[in-house]
Design a protein around this ligand. Structure first.
Ligand code: SF4
Ligand code: SF4
Length: 455
């Protein structure tokens, strides 16, 4: 189905019932129709039917109408909660992405440049991320942030980058290089209770450059559970440009990944990032207009597993070091709602980690992070986050588990702001520690986001 056909087919199915309103996090902050699925779809339909005309005059990106439309369209978290509540299961999130692509002026030009010069060229992205890390450690960024409130906010939200990225640490984790250039293999742990599958590990950008510890823990656990883990060169999954409506860039990245990840002779493609995993599973829709590639994408999509989805099927020994304190679990939108993976992380926490798990009220309510949403819409994101923090505090949990790096950063930020003493960790870290696979560099003292591991 083309992007136009998708828009056409979906918009007419909205009967304006309003069942989506109560589930929409942005509507529940502002109580304005423009911030709910129904209002957003009405606006798009009016535009399509010509009732809301974008004239030469008001089509300028700075005109009031374009700004109002832009706010409704860009204000969507793409969380998918409305689809779940909607009898017609309208995919408002997908329509918002298509609308972003079609807005006057199109997606931000910077996203295209970022993709062409960095996301498709990981060696350059790595170099620039190292530079950014040095800038932050030497205080350069602190000087620059005076020039931009967004930089200031970014410094608050994003924790200091690690000195070594996950790809720099493969040897330390136990990987060794394999024939094909840039390919590394972590052999099965000889103590494993079974001979598990051979898996290719997809290292998302957030995991590699910002939060390597969850990725390292997931790799160690997979090997301990009997998997042979392979890391090979690949590029960003494409979700960041897609979220900005830059479908051209997202498709370029998807094509490149199909080229790089095909033919590795593995059973599964695994990641601990709920957002990357969901987007990799959606390559067939993204490439629907290129039948040959769509078929390849279909085959790849069937191999994609969230790390929790695969690990929950493999035997692990009894935990030797269960978490000290009550644990609660936040469902990332792209993992729970997006991939239907809700039981597996909870089961791993209870059984493989031996955790005392309490259910989080509204566990699947978006945390407001949504990639860079917290930078683009800071007030709304903050209000959504406060609801999440209040729910976390109501459980009395000392440890908050989740399974997506973006949620992890957002939750740490929220708990830091509220002064809570709760620690936020990825499920992989909690299970690895409980299984006695604690990393030498594990980020001790990560309380609500302050970390003392910057050495
Ligand atoms: S629940 Fe679905 S059909 Fe009803 S208003 Fe919302 S999007 Fe439209
Ligand atoms: S995707 Fe989420 S934020 Fe967007 S309209 Fe639906 S419920 Fe609201």
């Amino acid at each position: 189905m083309t992007d136009d056909e998708l828009m056409e087919q979906e918009l007419v199915r909205c009967n304006k019932c309003g069942y989506c309103l109560s589930t929409c996090p942005t509507y529940n902050v502002e109580f304005s129709e423009g911030q709910a699925a129904r209002g957003r779809l009405v606006l798009l339909q009016a535009l399509r039917d010509g009732e809301l005309a974008l004239s030469q005059e008001n089509q300028r990106p700075d005109s009031g109408l374009v700004q109002e439309l832009g706010e409704a369209v860009s204000g969507c978290l793409l969380c998918g909660a409305c689809t779940e509540a909607c009898f017609s299961a309208i995919h408002t999130d997908e329509l918002m992405v298509r609308a972003r692509a079609g807005m006057p002026g199109g997606p931000p030009k910077g996203v295209r440049l970022l993709t062409r010069h960095f996301l498709l060229r990981p060696e350059r992205l790595t170099a620039i991320m190292r530079l950014a890390g040095v800038g932050r450690r030497t205080g350069m960024v602190r000087l620059l942030r005076r020039l931009s409130p967004t930089l200031e906010l970014a410094e608050e939200l994003v924790e200091p980058a690690p000195r070594e990225f996950l790809r720099d640490r493969l040897r330390e984790i136990g990987f060794h290089p394999e024939g094909r250039s840039g390919t590394w293999v972590l052999p099965r742990d000889p103590r494993a209770l079974t001979v598990g599958p051979r898996v290719v590990y997809f290292i998302g950008c957030g995991t590699n450059y910002q939060l390597p510890e969850p990725g390292a823990a997931a790799m160690r656990l997979l090997a301990r559970a009997g998997c042979e883990v392979v890391v090979c060169p690949h590029v960003c999954c494409g979700l960041p440009p897609y979220s900005y409506g830059d479908l051209v860039s997202a498709r370029e990245l998807a094509r490149r990944n199909l080229e790089l990840l095909g033919g590795l002779g593995a059973d599964f493609l695994v990641t601990e990032c709920g957002s990357c995993g969901r987007f990799l599973k959606r390559y067939p829709e993204l490439l629907a207009e290129e039948p040959d590639l769509a078929r390849q994408a279909e085959a790849l999509g069937e191999q994609v597993r969230d790390f929790t989805e695969l690990l929950a099927t493999l035997p692990l020994p009894e935990p030797v070091n269960p978490p000290a304190g009550v644990v609660t679990y936040h469902d990332p939108c792209h993992l729970g709602r997006g991939q239907g993976v809700t039981e597996e992380p909870r089961r791993l926490l209870r059984e493989a980690a031996g955790a005392k798990l309490v259910e989080l009220p509204e566990a699947n309510w978006c945390c407001g992070g949504a990639g860079t949403y917290n930078l683009a819409h800071p007030q709304r994101s903050e209000a959504i986050l406060q609801r999440k923090v209040a729910n976390i505090e109501s459980t009395g949990a000392e440890i908050v588990a989740t399974a997506c790096p973006a949620c992890l950063l957002q939750l740490r930020h929220g708990l830091r702001m509220s002064g809570s003493g709760a620690v936020v960790k990825h499920v992989a870290e909690i299970v690895a520690e409980a299984q006695g696979l604690r990393s030498a560099r594990v980020e001790e003292g990560v309380r609500g986001g302050t970390t003392n591991c910057e050495t």
